[in-house]
Write a protein that binds this ligand. Structure first.
Ligand SMILES: NC(=O)c1ccc[n+]([C@@H]2O[C@H](COP(=O)([O-])OP(=O)(O)OC[C@H]3O[C@@H](n4cnc5c(N)ncnc54)[C@H](O)[C@@H]3O)[C@@H](O)[C@H]2O)c1
Length: 462
């Protein structure tokens, strides 16, 4: 089996690379004083990253065109004003595949880059790109985004944006210092049901929100053990890390409901993992005795449960569960003084409207609470990845760049939501000790406005 990429030695030491990229742009990395036992707080001015500059055409370079990257490229090839100029992947055939897709769509052939793991730097150095978008394995997200911003491009990345607190801060600092955006493309914020719930929350249907729950609960055993795609890198993270390694699908929509970084912020978390049994049990059942996968030791607890509390007193329960047989769920629960919603499958209870003590289907609420973005975009999104939400998120990003808007998801969302990876690992390692969240906004959360209910042609911020 090819060694997962996170096990291979990168050709360049990653920390040196980050330092080098910062230094080359004349960035004073020392301005931030690090406080506290776990380096959670950095003191320093939080510069405001301005809205995008409007442009007719958005010139895009894409890094990592495996499963999800190809999906995004397919969307971009359909979105008006998106110009896929360059494509990079360590596997030349994957680059050739996207070049073919572009030609089939009647678009110019994107220039290909596939000369090794750091060839994205050559692509980022091109003058004619506005945005560098990456769907590489997790460990590459921050390095690609940092280099892209240092090269004057905006950056968009698949989830999570970062695997460590250090990377989270690097994203924030580099974004503020370069004035370029780093956007984590959390597609689940744009799913139909989550957007309807956001609309319900904004309209006060649940009253004052006090609790929410989410998760990423997806039986990935077959995928993680495969010898292609995520099988080449994802399970290797579970050999080293025990915590919530994939928090943002469940957390992103909850953070929008509860105004995280926009009136409230995460204060602290505690995290606990079950034993790691699922991967070993699967390997014993599916592979012959001599197969090396039977000897692998996963340390990633099969079910990780993280509890967070916000400064304003909302509690949030978040789970990660990818190593056991089970149907898919992101939970998507939100609860307030007037009622509760829970997803997968969707159910609702509103005091005074629902039959007492009984869940009901939210179908009858649809016409009053359907999110306008979905009403407008449903047809266009039909047939696109993950029920259409991937197309809608790509459309929103390209549209924000074209219209000169502030992006729906900013670098503070990317850092705050991704920070759960490292914070949960630290808490689990410390017998579920409480760990404080950094305030990546350095106070800006107090005045930032909640995400509004926007239609396709409306910005998220005026
Ligand atoms: N938002 C979602 O719903 C969703 C769904 C699936 C995957 N993802 C995320 O998308 C990312 C990619 O996942 P995937 O399923 O497409 O995995 P994948 O393994 O199919 O694709 C990753 C691609 O990156 C390439 N690559 C690796 N290192 C590279 C480098 N240094 N430079 C250029 N290319 C490189 C690989 O060759 C591969 O083609 C991951 O972060 C994953 O978590 C998100």
């Amino acid at each position: 089996m090819q060694k997962p990429s996170s096990e291979r030695q990168p050709e360049v030491n990653r920390r040196d690379f980050l330092k080098g990229a910062a230094a080359s742009a004349g960035v004073a990395m020392g301005v931030m004083a690090i406080e506290g036992c776990s380096g959670l707080t950095r003191v320093g001015p939080a510069a405001t990253v301005p809205a995008f500059k409007p442009r007719e055409v958005v010139r895009i370079g894409f890094v990592g065109v495996g499963g999800m990257g190809t999906n995004h490229c397919n969307n971009l090839l359909k979105i008006e004003g998106a110009d896929l100029r360059a494509v990079c992947d360590i596997v030349p055939e994957k680059v050739a595949n996207v070049q073919k897709l572009a030609e089939q769509a009647g678009k110019p052939t994107p220039v290909g880059y596939s000369a090794g793991s750091w060839d994205f730097k050559r692509m980022c150095d091109r003058e004619d790109l506005d945005l560098v978008y990456t769907a590489t394995p997790w460990e590459w997200h921050t390095p690609v985004c940092i280099y892209a911003m240092k090269s004057g491009k905006h950056a968009a990345t698949e989830v999570p944006a970062a695997m460590t607190l250090e990377e989270c801060w690097q994203l924030v600092e580099t974004s503020e210092q370069t004035g370029r955006h780093a956007i984590m493309m959390e597609n689940c914020c744009y799913d139909r049901s989550e957007m309807m719930v956001l609309n319900m929350v904004r309209k006060g249907l649940f009253g004052t929100i006090v609790h929410a729950a989410g998760g990423y609960m997806h039986d990935l055993r077959e995928l993680k053990f495969s010898d292609a795609g995520e099988g080449l890198w994802r399970r290797a993270h579970g050999w080293k890390l025990d915590g919530n390694l994939y928090p943002t699908h469940g957390l992103g929509p909850l953070a929008w409901y509860t105004n995280i970084n926009r009136g409230d912020r995460f204060d602290f978390l505690v995290s606990m993992s079950s034993a790691a049994r699922g991967m070993q049990a699967y390997a014993a059942e599916h592979f012959p005795p001599e197969d090396p996968r039977r000897k692998e030791q996963s340390v990633l607890g099969d079910v990780n449960t993280t509890l967070m509390r916000t400064v304003n007193g909302v509690s949030i329960m978040l789970q990660h569960d990818t190593n056991l047989p089970r149907p898919y769920s992101r939970i998507n629960l939100v609860q307030g003084t007037k009622g509760i919603f829970r997803g997968f499958p969707d159910q609702i209870y509103i005091e005074g409207r629902s039959k007492q003590h009984e869940w009901e289907s939210p179908d009858t609420y649809g016409k009053d609470y359907a999110h306008p973005l979905w009403v407008t975009m449903q047809q266009k999104a039909e047939g696109a990845g993950h029920g259409g939400m991937d197309f809608i998120e790509d459309y929103r990003l390209v549209n924000a760049l074209r219209r000169g808007w502030y992006p729906d998801l900013d670098v503070y969302d990317a850092a705050t939501w991704s920070a759960v990876v490292d914070l949960s690992v630290k808490s689990v390692a410390g017998r579920s000790r409480p760990v404080d969240f950094p305030d990546f906004t350095r106070g800006k959360w107090k005045t930032a406005q909640p995400i509004p209910i926007f239609d396709a042609d409306q910005p998220c911020r005026v």
